[in-house]
Ligand binder design. Structure first.
Ligand code: B12
Ligand code: SF4
Length: 513
């Protein structure tokens, strides 16, 4: 039995970010589930959950961290620990994770330091050279690889036969073992160990990736996505294999959270939850049969192929209240280029039906893909106005950021637009939600122009939405006064009002609502 500690690092965001999302760390809870099921002793340090109200300036770049300081993390680590795993989900967090890894190495010279997550899977070589303090990187889906790695290390062997790893060999070359096959039987993955995470802080504050609908816990019903959009790292991370769990087991898990944690709402973090119509209908029916009196949401941004009237009505009746669509653009030319196989008019029809069924629909739009022109942006703006007229409740207008492991990132690197990973690049990734500091990766549109388009897009959507549905204004007022939120707009307004009341200071997510 080995002693393992898994760290979820502080969350990083920009000083003028619109929102700070602190949410319970699903990856870490899953990894803890697998490590403990394999018989090891496990501890979790969720740096965000343990200090939801604490924010501080990062030393390396002009960003803000939310959570424990590094020295506070180190102080919590058990001296008996043999393996420390650090999660690195976001590329923007890398400079801070590198700093943390160095401190961990100084303080625990003999432990094995492991890291995994989306960023490392995309850039293993860079990460190991930039931070040789890390002994092993776990690439892709982490559960089986981490369990195998810990087991082999415990026996005193070297894990050269473990698939899914990268490490720096003695001669200085990078070794990457073959990528591990995705887990096909998702139902055999041990459930997340939420009892090891400071969950109550998140639950009590209704912190959620989606809209605040009370005590919210994240879940996964499926893994992977069958599509290959060129701006998304999912194909590299998860391959294009989409796998779903047994719907009855997903409902069992929900029921256990209702009983154990009194949750009101479930956030599904799935990449593309609704792929198979028969699966989602069976799941919704089972959920209705249990009469659990909860709501659920799909906040990640789903596709619309399987979302017809029958499915949408099942979703609503089973408690789904918020659904995010991900059209990304209203320009057919851009959609083709980014390989987002979406037909804007069909998506609008699905959104209209969703709203008619009682669901709150949100759409994600991105401006500034490389090569996007003014005319493409105007098509997206027209699409934004159509969505508002058709009753869509919310829109996010992000500016494009290139993430490693994506096709566009590789193109930009080849063209010399991204020269090397410096800390400015990492910081630039958080400009996507920044009202002030926009970065443009598009030769046709400057950062200033993108910023204006972005603000215009948001204004266009919300003025059209409120003008075409005046009742919405009164509903928003009522929800703001009662601190209940149905849409993202209401949640964001509530955060702004609170921040305004406190002098607009940047706060931790604990002060979010
Ligand atoms: C939920 C979510 C969020 C939530 C909450 C995230 C959280 N704190 O948990 C919020 C709303 C905060 C969020 C925000 C953003 N997100 Co987000 N988010 C996700 C999402 C949909 C799910 C994450 C998740 O829990 N997955 C399920 C778990 C099981 O998978 P996992 O995290 O990958 O963990 C596995 C492995 O990575 C590995 N692993 C992970 N850590 C470790 C550690 C060790 C030691 C080991 C051994 C293994 C290991 O094992 C795990 C189990 O298999 C992912 C997409 C996805 N489905 O993964 C995007 C994703 C992580 N987000 C992404 C992005 C870009 C963002 C944003 C920039 C917004 C945007 N433009 O979309 C912001 C940035 C926020 C910030 N401040 O940095 C990208 C990250 C790309 C990158 N390289 O940075 C992703 C991958 C989506 C994508 N494909 O583009 N996000
Ligand atoms: S953007 Fe969405 S649909 Fe496209 S590959 Fe990524 S997860 Fe799949």
């Amino acid at each position: 039995m080995s002693h393992v500690t898994i760290i979820r690092p502080p969350s990083i965001f920009s000083k003028s970010a619109i929102t700070i999302n602190a949410t319970p760390p699903l990856s870490v809870a899953y990894l803890a589930g697998s490590i403990s099921a394999a018989g090891h002793q496990i501890e979790v340090i969720d740096a965000v959950g343990e200090a939801l109200d604490q924010t501080y300036d990062c030393e390396i770049y002009p960003l803000v961290a939310n959570g424990l300081r590094h020295e506070e993390i180190i102080a919590r680590i058990d001296a008996e620990t043999k393996v420390i795993g650090v999660s690195c989900q976001f590329t923007s967090e890398w400079p801070e994770i590198r700093k943390l890894a160095r401190l961990l190495r100084q303080n625990f010279p003999d432990v094995t330091l492991v890291s995994g997550g989306e960023h490392l899977t995309a850039e293993p070589e860079f990460s190991l050279r930039d931070c040789p303090e890390l002994d092993f990187l776990v690439l892709g889906e982490g559960e089986e690889t981490f369990v195998d790695l810990v087991g082999i290390l415990e026996n005193g062997d070297f894990p050269s036969e473990v698939d899914g790893l990268a490490y720096l060999a003695e001669g200085g070359e990078i070794v990457q073992t073959p990528r591990r096959q995705r887990i096909t039987e998702l139902d055999r993955i041990p459930l997340p160990r939420w009892d090891l995470v400071p969950l109550e802080g998140y639950l009590a504050k209704g912190l959620s990736f989606g809209v605040n609908r009370g005590r919210t816990i994240p879940m996964l019903a499926t893994r992977g996505c069958p599509y290959q959009c060129t701006f998304c790292s999912s194909p590299n991370m998860w391959t294009t294999r989409w796998k779903a769990r047994r719907p009855d087991l997903v409902v069992d898990e929900i029921e256990s959270y209702v009983k154990q944690y009194q949750v009101d709402n479930i956030d599904f973090y799935d990449l593309t939850a609704v792929v198979r119509k028969d699966w989602i209908i069976e799941f919704a029916q089972l959920l209705m049969d249990r009469e659990l009196n909860i709501t659920w949401q799909l906040p990640s941004g789903t596709r619309s192929e399987a979302l017809d009237e029958e499915v949408l009505s099942y979703l609503y009746r089973s408690g789904c209240r918020n659904l995010s669509y991900a059209p990304e653009s209203g320009s057919p030319r851009v959609l083709k280029k980014i390989k987002k196989k979406v037909e804007p008019s069909r998506m609008i029809a699905s959104m209209r039906t969703a709203v008619a069924c009682g669901l709150n629909a949100k759409a994600n739009i991105i401006f500034g893909f490389p090569g996007e022109t003014h005319s493409d942006i105007w098509r997206s703006l027209y699409f934004i106005a159509r969505m508002a007229i058709n009753g869509v409740n919310d829109v996010s207008v992000w500016t494009y950021s290139p993430y490693p492991g994506t096709e566009i990132f590789a193109e930009l690197k080849q063209r010399g637009k991204i020269k090397e990973f410096d800390d400015d690049y990492f910081a630039s990734l958080l400009s996507y939600a920044d009202l002030k500091n926009v970065v443009s990766w598009d030769d046709n549109l400057s950062a200033q122009v993108l910023k204006i388009y972005r603000i215009f897009g948001l204004l266009l959507f919300y003025t059209t939405s409120y003008a075409s549905n005046p009742l919405r204004f009164f509903r928003t007022m009522r929800n703001l006064m009662t601190n209940r939120h149905e849409s993202r707009m209401e949640m964001t307004l509530s955060i702004f009002l609170k921040r305004f009341g406190r002098g607009l200071g940047v706060e931790g997510a604990g002060g979010k609502l």
